[in-house]
Design a protein around this ligand. Sequence first.
Ligand code: PLP
Length: 427
Amino acid sequence: MSDYKIATKCVHAGYTPGNKEPITIPIVQSTTFKYQSGDAMGKMFDLEDSGYFYTRLANPTNDAVAAKIADLEGGVAAVLTSSGQAANLFAVLNLCAAGDHVVASTAIYGGTFNLFNVTLRRMGIDFTFLSPDCTDEALEAAFQDNTKCVFGETLSNPSLNVLDIEKFAAAAHRHGVPLIVDNTFPTPVNCRPFEFGADIVTHSTTKYMDGHATQVGGVVVDSGNFDWTQNDKFPGLTTPDDSYHGITYTDRFGKAAFITKCVAQLMRDLGSIPSPHNAFLLNLGLETLPLRMRQHCESAQKVAEYLQKSDAVSWVSYPGLPGDSEYEKAQKYMPHGTSGVISFGVKGGRAAATKFMDALRLCNIVTHVADCRTCVLHPASTTHRQLTSEQLEEAGVKEDLIRLSIGLEDADDIIADLQQALETATK
Ligand code: PLP
């Protein structure tokens, strides 16, 4: 649907019903698919025929939703995964094996940092983490001969750093490797990283894409722009795969090589598919994504401006605020809005922040963001409560930090709730 605007694609891309067919994407909740003869099925295993045979490898509901997201991002192909964690794992594992190296931004979701720094390190993949605001020299120096990709978040959770996608893409390409970006927070409605040179996009679809806290999911999307054959760094894509009929993915599948390998090897062996029912729920969220993103951003801007003026607040971080350290980059990469997530400090430190949380009536205390309900978290008293003040400092989590994800309630009601809780906290 390349000629249509994003709101139209959000409703229609990925599925075109025929005459007398359902208007919504049907939920094909079946593990397997029946064939009339062994030979007919055998042709599929020989890759002589296409179709479905087992949902771990492909399912019509999942495929339709993946095709919609590929279209929204401007990519050539996508695969849904059972979580955002699985999406980032698959994106990296599709390129890296033991002995390889990745350059990654430090401004990434804690779960992704742990996946990279602990689990993938244990599997022999090495990482160099560096600030997204590093100098060109520091970025250049981070590459090694065995570097296979660069990873960052377009708008980081929770620090709200905006990645300079063009700078990171140019550095990656100078070294013959792709840039992978996690685009969960802005969504393709606010930022399409392929337009700035990124090669692979991932998402936790659990967040805005779903938006109603109904399913945990992820997706990996390929731009189709990276030439895997330009060097010998990616033998998994450019030489025969003994585990899959000896095919060479780049020869056989061209621009779809990366996603085909991701499905044929990683999904086959690691099996992190979403249930077709979850893909259906995700699609309902996608249909209203542009409307919701607009409202999340408009309300978050209003709330951020209110917080900035409040005497009970020590600092506010929101890339939509002129003067914010990320404002200029946000204007370039996300000119129509960033996301609904704001972080701020309550005057009075940890004790006042705890009192503030207890006094909230409308905002929900949850370890979640990017939902139609306003979500709030005080990391120092919840997710990071085992850490001392010094350890919190080291982790870059201030004691007074509140992470606030503005929902779709009326902004005036959200502000009234924040105001009464701030008054109680700082009395
Ligand atoms: N990427 C980002 C930016 C996230 O915020 C999260 C979760 O919060 C993830 C990945 C992991 O996603 P999931 O919780 O769906 O596994």
